[in-house]
Design a protein around this ligand. Sequence first.
Ligand code: ADP
Ligand code: MG
Length: 263
Amino acid sequence: MIEWRSVTKRYAGAASVAVDNFSYTVATGSFTVLLGSSGSGKSTLLSMINRMVEPTQGTVLIDGVDVAGENPVALRRRIGTVLQNGGLFPHRRVIDNVATVARLNGASKAQARAAAAEKMELVGLDASLAQRYPAQLSGGQAQRVGVARALSGGADILLMDEPFGAVDPIQRRALQHEIVDLHDRLGTTIVFVTHDVDEALLLADDIIVLEEHARIAQAGSPAELLERPANDFVRDFLGKHRGLRLEGGRVVDADGRVLGVME
Ligand code: ADP
Ligand code: MG
């Protein structure tokens, strides 16, 4: 469980607050998406979880424990971050990319590689890929390597900040399906930031729709947001970018293609 409790952030010198008294609790094991326009405070909220950003007021708690009292290094081991395209080191083989965190934590090369091989299996990567370099992987494989690395320090929370921002739409769709599959397989708590409505609807168990200053316009499942938008802001925001609609529990795009199924 990750809880923001009455959190406000004012950056030094900023005229207004980036985050204004935000409270929300992310359920353990859920795939939660922070959805909002650029500048709405998504990255600030995400960065408070692993203390890359400290709140000006309020607290962030993980399983009821205030992160402000935790060692930042230990915290970042427990919380994996998945970067764009997996964020892999191009000159290191897959196995050594995954082994990086264990090495930093003081494991021997052999120990770290053994642990890395386990993580690769966990995320569904074939052992034959271990000796490849990142450039020799598909986008989906690279993402799995990034997730394996993020998990390798023992993380049970994954943070993802617009991880597919730089990829083309077709590749993006493939990566979205990959991450849903990984979430189903691992059950890790994922907090995912995007400004892309379609992406949020496809990925999320729960979506937090943000207005300026991270004010919550509405939080709920994709089906709830589509069927019962709480206000005009949410209705406009969900409707603006796309022709997605809900049909008998299925998300259908403007061409009638089924993109996902609601539970
Ligand atoms: P988002 O990720 O939704 O685009 P951010 O959390 O990055 O939003 O930013 C929220 C607001 O805080 C924006 O107005 C942004 O300009 C401001 N901001 C973000 N980071 C800093 C910083 N390090 N210093 C000053 N202002 C910042
Ligand atoms: Mg951002």
